[in-house]
Design a protein around this ligand. Structure first.
Ligand code: CP
Ligand code: NVA
Length: 331
């Protein structure tokens, strides 16, 4: 039987396919229970802390709502309001928080920070996004695919057009390799050559072990037979100054009706981790539009089309994060 009690959740690389399957099943189960109004508060008396060095809507709210629904209590600390990193070392911070809390969520830049928190805290640490990975997002994505694409994950092909060296592409490569899926990072060579070569090698080997296939390519023919087109913004949090350069490189990879057609799959799904620049409604997209730069990674038409399941996916962040909490610190 699978038991994840006391485990940290830093990357899906640390989990076996069976353990990932267990978390997905638990997520589906907790979602069904929530729908049915069944509540068995497995986090009663548990306290968790959320550390955010970058902004968040979905991840923060998912942890807060998930923990609270399960009877737990949440403390939120942002970059400006704790001593961490400025007046107190990461090691000391981790040791202190480990005495107060049953688990620690961290969102920030360097993957090494979540690793060090886990090393020193003595309680489970959950990765809420780093520059290198976003593992809780992958659980929500896989749940969403299972809900809408009625076949096993190991028969599903996901194509990710965009910045192949970003956290979402890495997270997907790792997750797809574990679950024996076919994943294509579709982007320009200029960005592909900046990828973490050791990780790419490891992931290729993992995919082979699990009967999956991971490809990194700039060949648009790879859209053919995709079950899922996956979207992310072109410049991640903290990289905003790279926007003009990225827009130049990635405009050919913007997801349009043509992209969907190129899959040859009339039921292709569109997923996106969100937030998205699918129109010019946000301040950032508008500012760049005024400077003549179109930063839309997807058209509004596709984003709002029948193919798009992005809000089901966003909801699943909560159910899948609840699964991680219940599995690692629940009664
Ligand atoms: N997808 C995601 O992580 O969203 P937030 O940045 O709003 O948490
Ligand atoms: N690549 C994006 C993902 C946001 C959920 C970022 O890091 O900003």
């Amino acid at each position: 039987a699978i038991n994840l009690k006391g485990r940290s959740f830093l990357t899906l690389e640390d989990f076996t396919p069976a353990e990932i399957r267990y978390l997905l099943d638990l997520g589906h189960d907790l979602k069904a229970k929530r729908r049915a109004g069944i509540c068995d508060p497995t986090l009663q008396g548990k306290h968790i802390v959320l550390l955010f060095e970058k902004t968040s809507t979905r991840t923060r709210c998912s942890f807060e709502v998930a923990a609270t629904q399960e009877g737990g209590h949440v403390t939120y600390l942002d970059a400006g309001s704790s001593q961490m990193g400025k007046k107190e070392s990461l090691e000391d911070t981790a040791k202190v928080l480990g005495r107060f809390f049953d688990g620690i969520e961290y969102r920030g830049y360097d993957q090494k920070v979540v690793e060090d928190l886990a090393k020193y805290a003595g309680v489970p640490v959950w990765n809420g996004l780093t520059d290198a990975d976003h593992p809780t997002q992958i659980l929500a994505d896989m749940m969403t695919i299972e809900e809408h694409c009625h076949k096993p994950l190991n028969q599903v092909k996901v194509v990710f057009p965009g910045d192949v060296r970003n956290n979402m592409c890495y997270a997907w490569m790792i997750g797809a390799a574990k679950m024996g899926m076919h994943f294509v990072g579709l982007g320009p060579q200029e960005l592909a050559k900046e990828m973490d070569g050791t990780l790419v090698k490891r992931v290729f080997a993992t995919a082979r072990e699990n009967g999956g296939l991971i490809e990194i390519t700039d060949n648009m023919n790879s859209l053919k037979d995709a079950d899922v087109i996956y979207g992310d913004i072109w410049a991640s949090m903290g990289e905003e100054d790279l926007i003009p350069e990225r827009a130049k490189l990635l405009t050919p990879y913007r997801v349009t009706e043509e992209t969907l057609k190129a899959t040859g799959n009339s039921n292709v799904l569109y997923l996106h981790c969100l937030p998205s620049f699918h129109d010019f409604e946000t301040k950032l997209a508008k500012e760049w539009q005024d400077k003549g730069v179109d930063i839309r990674e997807v058209t509004d038409e596709v984003f709002r089309s029948r193919h798009s399941v992005v809000f089901d996916e966003a909801e699943n962040r909560m159910h899948s994060i609840k699964a991680v909490l219940v599995a690692t610190i629940g009664r």
